[in-house]
Ligand binder design. Structure first.
Ligand code: PMP
Length: 444
């Protein structure tokens, strides 16, 4: 399985039957992207149940960081399954959790900290909820400042802080009180001349001059919480000065900074944590997704001083599951030995090539942006002289790419995201670029 090969109409007969069954019995809330049914994977390639081979540019939403079926990850999982599967590391001790906790604590940059602690859980949303609980507990304050376009998960805590799509909140209220939204800056022109702030200065001023003076007193704010690179909201990389400004504000008012690194962390941007690009450290960092190559585990990390809540204050039955920890431990080895560097190197190559395609295919590609292997392509159109989002074009591109054997994913209003396994090579990027070139020629 090392090259794209589409042999049947899509979906093929087996895929069609499975999708019908899925649609009968799985919650109606599931997304329906395109009719791909996974049967096997190897590296960046995935085979469907009808024997068609595709290239995977979404990695199960930025999760399978070491690629599908990595022999060292599989061996680590196999070895652990032969010893024990579970004992609830939150209550009982085992011989794997503490060792990996030390590694994760030491590799996570935390503000003003000599020693960090880790809380293990299962999903990004659970890490988010825990981080907010910890910030409230540690400060004795209730309010949290989040950012428009942000995404933090689907628990009630998560959706209370989400503002990337209203469908995630609609019908579920009342949501958590004390969550306030501020503006996240961006450097691209879509929509053009919006009436709300998009610059670093405008966004920081809105926070201090409007929110803190008219809505919520800063001495009642527990945390300012953000994704260092916004994921679901559209792969938006903020200017360094914005993150530095947030740190200044946090320090001025005794507010904790939460960096949600669930999507942008664990090597995806070319550094273990995306915050390392901004030379700013958060007080609490959440991580999940790519941490264990596909095994469900998440965590949040804080200093010894901040994570000082009493016995029993927080918990999770499956958090730090030993099989997931074995995969996470091996994933960290691979990130540190080669994959972070690969994400940086191949990510730049990928983005440069996409920028050439942007120039070639004209105005409809409004922006190519990202860090490492977290790359977004924004589709735009003109409306009365204004640049606006073109989500229909983005969706058409994704559907067409599928028929060429490329699995991609949407985010934001009109962005196509590339978040492939971090093992992707430049030769494989060349294949992706050739396909995207053909797709753009057909669709734009
Ligand atoms: N935070 C961020 C930044 C995310 O991208 C996501 C998932 N897309 C989450 C939290 C929630 O993670 P999970 O789906 O594992 O709960």
């Amino acid at each position: 399985m090392s090259q794209i090969s589409i042999k049947t109409t899509l979906p093929g007969p087996k895929a069609k039957a499975i999708i019908e069954q899925d649609h009968q019995y799985v919650s109606t809330s599931r997304y329906q992207m395109y009719p791909f049914v996974l049967a096997n994977g190897k590296g960046c390639y995935v085979e469907d149940v009808d024997g068609n081979v595709f290239m995977d540019m979404h990695a199960g939403i930025a999760v399978t960081s070491t690629g599908h079926n990595h022999p060292e990850i599989n061996a680590a999982i196999d070895a652990q399954t032969k010893r024990y599967l579970h004992n609830c590391g939150n209550v009982f001790y085992n011989d794997s959790q503490g060792r990996y906790a030390q590694r994760l604590a030491e590799v996570t940059p935390i503000h003003n900290s000599d020693k960090n602690r880790v809380f293990f859980c299962n999903t990004g949303a659970e890490a988010w909820d825990g981080a907010v609980k910890l910030a409230r507990y540690a400060t004795g304050r209730q309010n949290v400042i989040c950012f428009y376009n942000g995404f933090h998960g689907r628990t009630l805590g998560g959706i209370s802080a989400n503002s990337s799509k209203v469908v995630q909140r609609r019908g579920f209220g009342p949501l958590l009180p004390g969550m306030h939204f501020s503006y996240f800056p961006r450097a691209f022109e879509c929509p053009s001349n919006p009436p709300y702030p998009t610059t670093t200065e405008g966004c920081l001023e809105y926070l201090e001059d409007i929110l803190f003076k008219k809505v919520v007193a800063p001495d009642e704010v527990a945390a300012i919480a953000f994704e260092p690179v916004q994921g679901e909201g559209g792969y938006i990389v903020p200017p360094k000065a914005f993150i530095e400004g947030l740190r200044r504000i946090c320090d001025k008012y005794g507010i904790l900074m939460i960096a949600d690194e669930v999507q942008c962390g664990m090597g995806r941007t070319g550094k273990i944590f995306a915050m390392e690009h901004f030379d700013v450290k958060a007080d609490i960092v959440t991580t999940a997704k790519g941490i264990a190559s596909g095994m469900p585990i998440a965590a949040f990390v804080a200093s010894d001083k901040v994570m000082a809540w009493p016995e029993g204050a927080h918990g999770s039955t499956y958090g730090g599951n030993p099989v997931a920890v074995a995969a996470a431990d091996k994933t960290l080895d691979l990130l540190q030995s080669s994959l972070c560097a690969n994400a940086k190197d191949v990510g730049k190559y990928f983005m440069d090539k996409l920028k050439v395609l942007k120039d070639k295919h004209g105005e409809s590609i409004g922006d190519v942006r990202g860090l490492g292997l977290m790359i977004g392509v924004e589709f735009v159109k003109r409306d009365n002289g204004r640049v606006v989002h073109d989500g229909d074009l983005r969706d058409a591109v994704i559907k067409k790419a599928f028929t060429h054997g490329l699995l991609t994913l949407a985010c934001g209003n009109s962005t196509l995201r590339f978040c492939p396994p971090l093992v992707i090579s430049k030769d494989e990027v060349d294949i992706v670029i050739d396909i995207m070139d053909a797709v753009f020629s057909e669709v734009i």
